[in-house]
Design a protein around this ligand. Structure first.
Ligand code: BTN
Length: 233
C-alpha cells in the first residue's frame, strides 16, 4: 500500500497520534504533517517546541520488520541530515546540529507486541526560520542560515522519500549499512564527553548497532542511548 499523506492544522503531537493509531492496530503507512503541535515531544520526556510556519513537524508511521532494531533512530538522523545540507551534523544519538546549535530532533518510537514486525513511528522536527530560544540552554539553529529560501513544504518533499527509503534499507541491512555515513557527520568524534552516569572519556565513533564508543581510562565502552546521555566535557 502507498503512504497516505495527512495534514493536521493543530494536533497534540504527530508522534502521539500515530502511536495511538498503531496501538489500535493500524498498519497503514502514513505521513502526518502538523502546522502546530500543542504537546510536541522530544527524547527523554522533554518537550519539543516550534513556531508554526517557521518549522517542519511531521511523523512517518509504517510497519517495519528489521532483524535488529538498535540503531534505527541514528539511521533516520543520517538520512535526514544528508537531505538537508552538507553542514548539518549529528550529535549522538540523533540530534541535528549546525554550527554549535540544535537544528532539529528525531523521536523514533515503535508499537506492537511482536519482536519482528512492529509499527515504527519516526518523528522529525526541523527549525526552518530563526526562533526564540528563551528557556533553552543555547539558542536553536535555523535551516535558512544554510538554505536561505527554505520552506517547510519544500524541505518535506526533499526529505520524505529518502527517509522512507532509508527505513527500508535499515530493515534489510540494519544500522551497519549507515555506520560510514554516520561517521561523516559525527560531531562528537574525538571530543571529550561526560556520560550522565559521571564517567569521562573521548567519543570515538559509533558501533554497528548504534552505540556510542567512548575511550575511557578503563578501556573503550559502547554505551546505548537508553543507558546514558552525553554532553561535551
Ligand atoms: C528531540 O530533540 O529530542 C526530538 C524532537 C522530535 C520532535 C518531532 S516534531 C514531530 C514529532 N512529533 C513529536 O511530538 N515529536 C517529533
Amino acid at each position: 500500500p502507498g503512504v497516505r499523506v495527512e495534514l493536521a492544522p493543530e494536533i497534540d503531537s504527530t508522534n502521539s497520534e500515530l502511536m495511538r493509531r498503531a496501538r489500535a492496530g493500524s498498519t497503514q503507512p502514513v505521513l502526518l504533517v502538523a502546522e502546530r503541535q500543542t504537546a510536541g515531544r522530544g527524547r527523554r520526556g522533554r518537550a519539543w517546541q516550534a513556531d508554526p510556519g517557521d518549522s517542519l513537524t511531521f511523523s512517518l508511521g509504517l510497519p517495519l520488520a528489521p532483524r535488529e532494531w538498535s540503531g534505527l533512530s541514528l539511521a533516520v538522523g543520517v538520512a535526514v541530515a544528508e537531505m538537508l545540507h552538507p553542514a548539518v551534523g549529528l550529535k549522538w544519538p540523533n540530534d541535528l546540529w549546525v554550527g554549535g546549535h540544535k537544528l532539529g530532533g528525531i523521536l523514533v518510537e515503535t508499537a506492537g507486541t511482536g519482536e519482528a514486525l512492529r509499527q515504527a513511528v519516526v518523528g522529525v522536527g526541523i527549525n526552518i526560520a530563526p526562533r526564540d530560544g528563551a528557556g533553552l540552554s543555547t539558542p536553536p539553529a535555523a535551516l535558512r542560515a544554510l538554505w536561505p529560501q527554505a520552506q517547510a513544504g519544500e524541505v518535506l518533499l526533499r526529505v520524505a522519500a529518502p527517509l522512507a527509503r532509508a527505513l527500508r534499507e535499515f530493515e534489510q541491512a540494519g544500522f551497519g549499512a549507515f555506520v560510514e555515513r554516520y561517521r561523516a557527520r559525527d560531531l562528537l568524534w574525538d571530543t571529550p564527553v561526560t556520560l550522565s552516569d559521571g564517567r569521562l572519556g573521548t567519543a570515538c565513533g559509533v558501533s554497528g548497532s548504534g552505540g556510542l564508543l567512548v575511550h575511557t581510562a578503563a578501556g573503550t565502552l559502547c554505551v546505548t542511548s537508553e543507558e546514558v546521555s552525553v554532553r561535551p566535557a
